[in-house]
Design a protein around this ligand. Structure first.
Ligand code: TYD
Ligand code: MG
Length: 454
């Protein structure tokens, strides 16, 4: 018998090489090549009915597309992140750390969908039917139309989908699914890629939306398959600190809606609950008149969020000062520390600087820069910032305060929660329309901001 041909596949990006390599020349990752049995190329095209398979060029004005077609879960935080609901025939990838609540969210969402639209199929490759049932009991999920299938074989899943003809399918998780056509192990990039592309054919061909659950590696990207992110229509990340009860669902790619839209949930004893007024919630544990604590207004997608941002400046113990962050980018913090030193002469270079956004929220947009700068200065000088003030603005390398997007939304959210004063970029003042009762203070640079606030 001839020896089976093998090849080496980078588990990060899918690059194929006939020889093992220490570093992938494509994505630069070390030690990512794994030997796999090369697939025997035998074309196994799914036969699609002619009317579905053959596309004809059509003038764009003749194409009809209506927004009503989306399937709504009724969990409004989830629907909003999707751009208004699940689009039939689309593939949605839900990624997140183990134990963050992906299976819980999927089960709750499919229950709602099955109540409104008919049969839903929840395929679990990780848990037994009994385990899923126990979870369902805990969540109070008991819809008749929700079917559970414990299966990891792609072919079997395909057959069941064809027989059951569900309105929606969840695959939990894509890493456990394998196709017997391929000889590589489940979870390898070849398996994941091929399973996903088969499922995509089913989704598009039968117009069934499929939600895929995917694990995330320690580095924070989806395990192995960056390729998967390119294939699917929508990529959602479910994140949060496991010790906290808050969970944030974030869209990082969406062919059918805006990205960076977020949904906020609380993990309770009986499953995930929506958080309707997140700003209030995130500020609920705030202590007033503490130096180093400020309130910032951040816009994630279309929704403003008020968050408490804390900074602590402490003498460095071991010579080399460190900066540590939770919820804020560390490089951004280093930059802001350098700006503070150079532009206003705040000597923090010999100290450890900690910056923390409470509640386990991560902020990637620059509108909280000014808040970070003021929090550090406030703690350094041991002068509290007035607790009824909200701080908004991006900081440039010259120490200037730059304009931010959605400034009206940010200020309105603060006014709604009873804040008395908003400090924001002078450049945002033009054409600003705020009817709420809140004092507006425009600032041009961090020096001026410090003299206004501290
Ligand atoms: P799970 O959905 O299994 O996470 P994932 O599928 O992302 O791995 O959720 C696991 C965690 O959620 C588990 O540690 C317990 C917690 N949890 C609750 O706090 N309340 C609940 O009602 C449920 C079902 C889980
Ligand atoms: Mg799970």
């Amino acid at each position: 018998m001839p020896k089976a041909k093998t090849r080496f596949v980078c588990q990060e990006c899918g690059n194929v090489s006939p020889k093992w390599m220490g570093k992938c020349p494509d994505c630069g990752k070390w030690n990512s090549f794994i030997e796999e049995v090369a697939p025997v190329v035998k074309p196994r095209a799914r036969q699609l009915p002619i009317n579905k398979a053959v596309a004809i060029p059509t003038p764009i004005t003749k194409i009809t597309a209506s927004e009503e077609e989306r399937l709504k879960t009724g969990i409004s935080e989830f629907d909003r992140v999707l751009g208004g609901g699940v689009v039939p025939g689309s593939i949605v990838l839900v990624g997140g750390d183990p134990g963050i609540g992906k299976s819980t969210l999927m089960l709750q969402a499919t229950e709602r969908l099955s109540q409104t639209y008919g049969t839903a199929l929840y395929v679990s490759g990780e848990e037994s039917a009994a385990q899923t049932k126990l979870r369902a009991n805990r969540l109070g999920v008991s819809a008749e139309n929700l079917y559970v299938l414990c299966e990891t074989s792609l072919e079997a899943i395909e057959t069941h989908i064809e027989q059951l003809r569900p309105q929606i399918v969840v695959i939990d998780s894509i890493q456990t699914i394998y196709s017997s056509d391929l000889q590589s192990t489940p979870g390898s990039i070849t398996q994941i890629k091929s399973s996903a592309s088969h499922l995509m054919l089913i989704a598009k061909g039968e117009n069934i939306p499929i939600l895929l659950v995917g694990h995330v590696t320690k580095g924070g990207s989806l395990a192995g398959p960056k390729v998967l992110e390119h294939m699917v229509d929508t990529v959602l990340y479910f994140e949060g600190e496991r010790q906290h009860i808050y969970r944030i669902l974030r869209a990082v790619k969406n062919r059918f809606g805006s990205t960076n839209e977020i949904g906020i949930f609380e993990m309770l004893g009986d499953g995930l609950a929506e958080v309707k007024n997140p700003s209030e919630m995130f500020l609920s544990e705030r202590q007033e008149d503490i130096s180093g604590s400020v309130v910032v207004s951040s816009v994630e997608g279309t929704r403003p969020l008020l968050l408490e941002l804390q900074a602590l400046v402490a003498p460095a113990n071991f010579g080399v000062p460190r900066s540590m962050t939770t919820g804020v980018d560390r490089y951004r913090l280093s930059m802001l520390i350098a700006v503070l030193e150079k532009r206003v002469g705040l000597q923090v270079q010999d100290s450890d600087v900690y910056v923390n956004i409470t509640g386990g929220v991560k902020v990637t947009e620059p509108g909280i820069d000014l808040g970070i700068v003021i929090a550090i200065a406030s703690n350094y000088r041991d002068l509290p910032v007035n607790s009824q003030t909200v701080i908004i603005g991006e900081v440039g390398l010259g120490g200037e305060v730059r304009a931010v997007s959605h400034v009206e939304k940010r200020i309105r959210e603060a006014a709604k929660l009873g804040f008395k004063k908003a400090v924001f970029p002078e450049y945002n003042k033009k054409g600003l329309e705020i009817n709420e009762k809140i004092e507006l203070v425009g600032v041009k640079n961090i020096y001026e901001t410090l003299s206004v606030l501290l």
